[in-house]
Ligand binder design. Structure first.
Ligand SMILES: C[S@@+](CC[C@H](N)C(=O)[O-])C[C@H]1O[C@@H](n2cnc3c(N)ncnc32)[C@H](O)[C@@H]1O
Length: 321
């Protein structure tokens, strides 16, 4: 539960995280490893630097590196870049369960405002290990807590990204969150990833990625082919794209590409990448007039605390969180 990274004798930071917050180290590591591959999908020097500074047995805990997290990162980078290119006015990206994601630095167009929402222990680590920036802010809260919505400007509608998050929720919480987002931010774009029910069940039984690491339970699983019906049921979203991890960069996932041609494999075993657009608001939604502005969150007395001085996947048996 403790979140305060302590410098170790080797000068590295020890990060005492467990449970779901510890999972933030998994995609961080896979994004950093991507640099060592031929034709990397992302360029993420901050992630590489973080891996060097954190005292953690990344390979021992998470096993063989996978390209899956780099695919998810690059795919969502591309969606966010497209969103930012839609207009001149400063736009807002809300990153739910942002962990140690360094996406802001990968996609920054010089104007975007970036709001990271994560649990208190995760935000404490983020504030200490990532550099501060006048256009970034953090809120230590659950994504399921509606209070943070008041901090987000509605116009232009934000881009809301939730990489590696929704599978940790129960389905009613996912439905409540998505419904709330669409009601508050009509026109907003939303990106999230999914795991199939088969993988969800395996995590509930106790899925050992390695001898040293068991993935936390991921209760929300959904088959790729069920996502359109699920989204229709929410009644407030238009589907922009639903893809497997093999779809955006087939050259990097030849086996997945082949497997995804087999309907039953695709339906039962493929994790998904989902891009939606919120279509309409709700007259039931109450909007608070005294909501803190983004600027106030970014100011010195911020609720998001201070960042440190800047000294600065595993298709794994199918999981990608
Ligand atoms: C697999 S990590 C993904 C981190 C980051 N999105 C990335 O891709 O590198 C899951 C993240 O979700 C966060 N998380 C878990 N439950 C949460 C909640 N209820 N509200 C906000 N964040 C949550 C964890 O603390 C962790 O940072």
């Amino acid at each position: 539960m403790a979140a305060r990274p302590r410098p170790t004798t080797e000068g590295k930071h020890s990060v005492d995280l467990s449970g779901v917050p510890e999972t933030m180290l998994w995609p961080l590591w896979n994004r950093a490893v991507e640099k060592s591959r031929r034709a990397p999908l992302i360029d993420d020097p901050l992630a590489v630097g973080l891996i060097d500074r954190i005292d953690y047995d990344f390979a021992g805990r998470f096993g063989k590196p996978s390209v899956m997290h780099a695919i998810r990162a690059r795919h969502s980078d591309d969606l966010i870049r497209d969103y930012l290119a839609q207009g001149e006015e400063p736009r807002t990206v809300v990153a739910l369960g942002d962990g140690l994601e360094t996406q802001f630095w990968r996609v920054d167009d010089g104007h975007v405002r970036w709001l990271s929402i994560d649990l208190p222990e995760a935000i404490a680590v983020r504030r200490r290990l990532l550099p501060d920036h006048p256009r970034t802010a953090t809120i230590a809260a659950s994504a399921l807590d509606p209070a943070w919505l008041d901090a987000v400007p509605k116009d232009p509608p934000p881009f809301i990204t939730a990489s590696g998050l929704l599978m940790y929720f129960e389905q009613p919480d996912v439905v409540a969150l998505l419904t709330r987002l669409a009601a508050r931010f009509p026109g907003a774009e939303l990106f999230f990833d999914t795991i199939p029910p088969y993988i969800s069940r395996r995590t509930i039984e106790g899925l050992n990625l390695t001898k040293k690491y068991t993935a936390p339970p991921m209760p929300w699983g959904i088959s790729l082919d069920d996502i359109p019906t699920f989204v229709r049921g929410l009644r407030r979203f238009q589907v922009r794209s639903i893809q497997t991890y093999a779809d955006p960069f087939p050259q990097r996932t030849r086996l997945y590409k082949l497997l995804s041609y087999i309907a039953v494999v695709r339906r039962r075993y493929a994790p998904g990448l989902v891009h939606l657009r919120a279509t309409s608001g709700s007259s039931l939604q109450v909007v608070s007039n005294d909501a803190p502005s983004f600027q106030s969150l970014s100011s010195a007395g911020r609720p998001h605390g201070s960042h440190p001085p800047s000294n600065q996947d595993n298709a794994t048996r199918g999981t990608t969180r």
